[in-house]
Ligand binder design. Structure first.
Ligand code: NAP
Length: 248
């Protein structure tokens, strides 16, 4: 039996990259998984088709995580269809990099909304069904950039550092109801987000990684599956790195 058997999970931004890795891993572990995306319907459908033969169930739909009402509708849909919500993975995220002197207000707001406000939106709405069941696991995907900072990513770093404070606060607010909240700090993971980095930047990242390679979406997903499962029943308010030991 998979370790997520009978768990109903909602993963934001599951159509590609780390989110898709989490969706696949959760379905393999027997979960009923709902995942969202913003616009990549074709990729979402391809992912669902590729998982059809696995033990769990998977459904996807478009929902902008940065929009408070769309986030509410997403949680309502899951609870109406599946009857409960056990696990929320706040994975959706974007970058829009430039040095602070060139960064527009729009670039700042867009990244903060997509990466941080989205976490508030989905968490707030998910807590209602979780509080009702007196059980739940919330997993927030932060980044090493939120821990170390990175030139040219002040908006992204601020959003990912904000997630860490949010995670620890929510863990304190809802721990007494057996709801856990943890953050994963991925390092340099091979996805479309990192594909566009130039070779010099990639090389400098690799020099600072003791394991001397990029990570995979599946390696992040394995940590998410642990935190989602009852094996992590005494783990909350924690920041767990999956980063090959990177020191930026
Ligand atoms: P990715 O390949 O660019 O995929 C991003 C996913 O998020 C896509 O499914 C995208 O949907 C979705 N998304 C973006 N904005 C959204 C919104 N407003 N509402 C709903 N869905 C939205 O990114 P990734 O590399 O897998 O990164 C996933 C998460 O891990 C992000 O939070 C990222 O910051 C974090 N992370 C990544 C790395 C890395 O090295 N890759 C390292 C540390 C942390 P569409 O395709 O429809 O746009």
């Amino acid at each position: 039996m998979g370790k997520l058997q009978e768990k109903v999970c909602l993963v934001t931004g599951g159509s590609r990259g780390i989110g898709a890795g989490i969706v696949k891993c959760f379905v393999e572990e027997g979960a009923t998984v709902y995942f969202t995306y913003r616009s990549s319907a074709t990729k979402a459908n391809e992912l669902m088709e590729s998982l059809a033969a696995l033990p769990g169930k998977v459904t996807s739909f478009a929902s902008d995580a940065s929009d408070f009402r769309e986030a509410e509708d997403a949680v309502t849909k899951v609870v109406e269809e599946a009857g409960r919500l056990d696990v929320l993975v706040n994975n959706a995220g974007i970058t829009d990099d430039t040095l602070i002197l060139r960064m527009s207000e729009e670039q700042w707001d867009r990244v903060i909304h997509a990466n941080l406000k989205s976490v508030f939106n989905l968490t707030k709405h998910s807590l209602r069904p979780m509080l009702k069941n007196r059980s739940g696991s919330i997993i927030n995907i932060s980044s090493v950039v939120g821990v170390f900072g990175n030139a040219g990513q002040a908006n992204y770093a601020a959003s990912k550092a904000g997630i860490l404070g949010f995670t620890k606060s929510i863990a304190k607010e809802v721990g007494s109801r057996s709801i856990r909240c943890n953050a994963i700090v991925p390092g340099y993971i091979e996805t479309e987000m990192t594909e566009s980095l130039d070779e010099a930047v990639k090389e400098s990242f690799l020099q600072n990684i003791p394991l001397k390679r990029m990570g995979s979406s599946d390696e992040v997903a394995q940590m998410a599956a642990f935190l989602a499962s009852d094996n992590a029943s005494y783990v909350t308010g924690q920041v767990l790195s999956v980063c090959g030991g990177i020191n930026m």
